[in-house]
Design a binder for this molecule. Structure first.
Ligand SMILES: [Zn+2]
Length: 200
């Protein structure tokens, strides 16, 4: 009996990894095991098992979000399926995934991202070409950031076309999309709008 608990944890981890690779049978098997445990094991629930899985990832430094938007475990950045499973598990548990800053491999410094909007000649975008809305007014921009769930935040551009960050979300690599706050159009879908991403 003592051994079964430990080997069961390993089995669930294996199944969760497979689930992260899109294996739905593995996901169902993991769910069935967790359900059985929740029913039969006093003091140990599905919740605790998933929490333990997430604690393990947290203990190794969590994940970084790659430039392609993939979730890479800090411990093994090639293992994006595991990172994806971790984010899903965090979502199920309602806890924030541990997202480490993206580190420049050459300098070792944290990479910070910024976005600017202009026309093709570099003239800053200040009004929406679609609806004429003032993009520099408070709430002129609807900013979508990605994380364990997408968030819509109100922002604006400054008079030079620079996207104003909210809570450091853009700088730390969570930019998902910049939309007109009035008509809701994604700016880069509008003809002649140029988006420039810069990092430092
Ligand atoms: Zn608009």
């Amino acid at each position: 009996m003592r051994m079964r608990r430990n080997s069961g944890d390993e089995e669930i981890r294996k199944l969760l990894r497979k689930a992260g690779q899109g294996d739905w049978r593995a996901a169902e098997q993991a769910a069935a095991i967790l359900k059985r445990r929740a029913g039969h094991e006093v003091g140990r629930t599905a919740w605790e098992s998933l929490s333990e899985f997430c604690d393990d990832i947290d203990a190794t430094g969590g994940i970084v979000i790659s430039e392609r938007g993939e979730y890479e475990p800090v411990a093994d950045q090639d293992w994006v399926d595991l990172g994806s499973t971790y984010v899903t598990a965090c979502h199920v548990l309602g806890r924030e995934p541990m997202i480490a800053e993206t580190i420049d491999e050459q300098t070792g410094d944290a990479i910070r991202y910024a976005y600017r909007y202009s026309n093709e000649s570099g003239v800053p975008l200040v009004t929406c070409p679609e609806c004429g809305g003032d993009l520099t007014a408070d709430g002129g921009i609807m900013l979508v950031v990605s994380g364990y769930r997408p968030l819509e935040l109100r922002s604006r551009l400054d008079s030079s076309g620079n996207l104003i960050d909210v809570d450091d979300q853009v700088a730390t690599g969570h930019h998902g999309g910049t939309y007109c706050g009035r008509c809701g159009e994604l700016l880069i879908n509008i003809d002649y709008v140029v988006e420039t991403q810069t990092t430092d």
